[in-house]
Design a protein around this ligand. Structure first.
Ligand code: CS2
Length: 494
């Protein structure tokens, strides 16, 4: 049974499937979301769906936006399915929860519908613009923490502010027009895994708009709010197996369902300049202390993920749960959490770090979702500075052992050189900055030094730290001569 509006009542009669219980035609779109991927569809779109199902917040539906040409696949799927999709929560018990989500009511492909997108951003209905544009999408130079205006697309938008293509170009143009028309601004809410995601978004947008119109930049600073948030839900890329599973289990034919774990968390600052949904009714936590939650989640979850992905890939594993079945890797990641990350975290009232870490191990071990290590390792150039570097810098500043991060870094180097040398046992990790990585490892014999000198990833100090350089060199040698398994055993026992 194909997923669409006309089949919805039949689908609703199937056992154990939750379907929208509200009139979708009555929902207005108060949120414009940029970057509709699996995570958005498993997270914000679900929180809104829950509110709509409570009969509340009919003004807070979502209009999805794709800024990239490849987003046309998402648009096509959503249009064909009347903007409905299936969310499947999987755990290794039998209570799989399947829900049809209807909170996305439209989708704009910026490339082809520029004016429609600008009109949408100018609509009085639009009160929040939310973002999942990936960790690398904020045009931050990670070596300085500042906005990098030299990026070609940014330059293009700075030179053609009336004809934008980047998110910052669109936001600036829309806010300029709202200002001129005397309209209220909208909240810009980042849902990406960046420490201080709201502050970063603000910094970038203010820097960008200042280069176009300093007064506008001032107005944005005073009228737009940028809540910081910690977002969490493991959402693998949808595979053919996931689709087949859904079809076999329920009879629903969905060309792009989303599979995720049952766990979900969202901690946000209550800082919305133009109203917000009643998120607290559906489990969103509001706090003034988001920074501590972000540091915990990004350091422990995303950091561990990257540690596991780079080492796990070299051990021949494909999925996160396989790494948890390997006792050495399990020990390795727990040691990383306990010895490397936890000591630098601020206490959070009501959060027990031990319990949090146990839950993480349990979540990583989820066999059913089959979370791909290649997904987790992708875009490591943007992830390492946010997920690993703060921990590494803290360890260096406190004279602590650097072995575990050195091993992961060596494993990453090995993955890059292996794929470059055509080693078929090593799969290629997708990274938009692949060229920079390849250049670093193909220069001369000083592979480690060259790699750690990539300032975008490691900043300017790591390559100057002889202890870390030496350790990464040693770990890389161990991986090459003894193999990843033995290098890992040596690391966890030191
Ligand atoms: C992963 C995240 O891709 C990654 O780097 O660590 O997507 C992770 O699954 C989510 O942040 C979980 O909330």
């Amino acid at each position: 049974m194909k997923l669409n509006t006309s089949n919805l009542s039949k689908i609703a009669s199937l056992a154990k499937i939750i379907t929208p219980n509200y009139d979708r035609d009555q929902v207005r779109q108060g949120i414009v979301h940029i970057g509709v991927g699996g995570f958005h569809r498993a997270h914000l779109a679900l929180y809104i769906e829950k509110l709509l199902n409570l009969g509340a917040n009919q003004d807070w539906g979502i209009c999805g936006v794709g800024l990239l040409a490849q987003d046309s696949a998402m648009q096509q799927m959503l249009v064909e399915q009347d903007f409905l999709y299936t969310l499947v929560e999987l755990q290794d018990t039998d209570d799989t929860e399947t829900q049809i989500i209807g909170s996305i009511g439209d989708f704009i492909l910026a490339d082809q519908e520029k004016n429609r997108l600008i009109d949408k951003l100018l609509s009085d209905d639009t009160k929040i613009v939310s973002l999942t544009i990936t960790e690398g999408g904020y045009c931050i130079d990670d070596s300085t923490g500042e906005f990098d205006p030299s990026i070609a697309q940014i330059q293009q938008d700075l030179n053609n502010p009336q004809n934008p293509n980047t998110i910052f170009g669109y936001l600036t143009l829309a806010l300029k027009k709202r200002k001129e028309a005397g309209q209220k601004a909208f909240t810009i809410m980042s849902c990406d895994n960046l420490p201080h995601n709201g502050d970063i978004t603000k910094k970038v947008l203010l820097s960008f708009s200042r280069l176009i119109d300093p007064q506008l930049s001032e107005w944005i600073a005073h009228n737009v709010s940028f809540p910081n948030s910690m977002v969490d839900r493991i959402t693998p890329a949808t595979s053919a197996d996931h689709k087949r599973f859904l079809l076999e289990k329920t009879g629903i034919e969905d060309s792009w369902p989303v599979v995720c774990e049952p766990f979900t968390q969202w901690v946000v600052e209550d800082n919305f300049c133009n109203g917000r949904p009643d998120f607290e009714k559906v489990g969103v936590q509001f706090t003034d202390n988001v920074g501590a939650f972000e540091a915990m989640k990004i350091g422990l979850l995303n950091g561990s993920h990257l540690m596991l992905a780079c080492t796990g890939i070299l051990l021949g594993y494909e999925f996160a749960h396989q790494t948890m079945q390997d006792s050495s890797l399990r020990r390795y990641v727990r040691q990383f959490m306990d010895n490397d990350v936890t000591p630098r975290l601020d206490e959070i009232v009501g959060v027990d770090f031990e319990e949090y870490k146990n839950t993480l191990i349990f979540r990583f071990a989820n066999v059913e979702i089959c979370d791909q290590l290649l997904r987790i390792a992708s875009d490591s150039c943007a992830k390492y500075p946010k997920f690993i570097l703060p921990t590494l810098q803290w360890l260096i500043a406190h004279n602590k052992p650097l072995d575990r991060i050195a091993l992961m870094t060596a494993a990453w180097i090995k993955c890059v050189t292996g794929a470059l040398n055509g080693d078929t046992a090593i799969p290629n990790i997708v990274d938009p900055k692949q060229d920079v990585l390849v250049q670093a490892v193909s220069k001369d014999s000083k592979t480690v030094e060259n790699f750690l000198a990539i300032e975008d990833v490691f900043g300017s100090h790591i390559a100057q730290n002889p202890q870390f350089v030496e350790l990464v060199t040693l770990k890389l040698e161990q991986i090459e001569t003894l193999g990843m398994k033995e290098a890992l055993v040596l690391t966890v026992s030191c």
